[in-house]
Ligand binder design. Structure first.
Ligand code: ZN
Length: 138
């Protein structure tokens, strides 16, 4: 669950490949935008974050508080969540649409098929909808 933090996580690759196959073109890890969104589609004014449920403290079955170094992890995850909120707000203030794709939509027992998750993302991209999230099944 904790594992090594990596820039190109597997769920992110699944999303990138899926969108690419549907003809979407995007920029990756855009440093000059708040929170450095993982996938950015400038023409659709869309910024996508693929969030690891552990690192971002998601309320789902992939997240459990570690039993050691409890204070460290509480602080770490609290900070991550605060940074996420701040980045989302800043993006919205710049009129970006923001989509959070949670790891649990692509991994673990609540996952959708990757086709399903990609099609949910594609529906959102084609809509005018503002901030939204895609998570695993309940
Ligand atoms: Zn999750």
């Amino acid at each position: 669950m904790s594992g090594i933090r990596s820039k190109d996580t597997k769920p992110e690759l699944v999303v990138r490949r899926g969108l690419h196959a549907l003809g979407y073109r995007y920029r990756l890890h855009v440093k000059d935008l708040p929170g450095k969104p993982d996938i950015v589609l400038p023409r659709r004014r869309a910024a996508i974050f693929v969030h690891g449920c552990f690192w971002h403290g998601h309320n789902c079955h992939l997240f459990k508080w570690p039993k050691t170094r409890t204070d460290f992890w509480r602080q770490k995850i609290k900070t991550n969540r605060k940074n996420d909120e701040r980045a989302i707000r800043a993006l919205q203030e710049q009129a970006w649409r923001v989509l959070i794709v949670w790891e649990c939509s692509l991994k673990g027992r609540t996952r959708h098929s990757s086709e399903k998750t990609i099609s949910l993302i594609s529906d959102w991209l084609r809509s005018d909808q503002g901030k939204d999230e895609i998570r695993g099944r309940d």
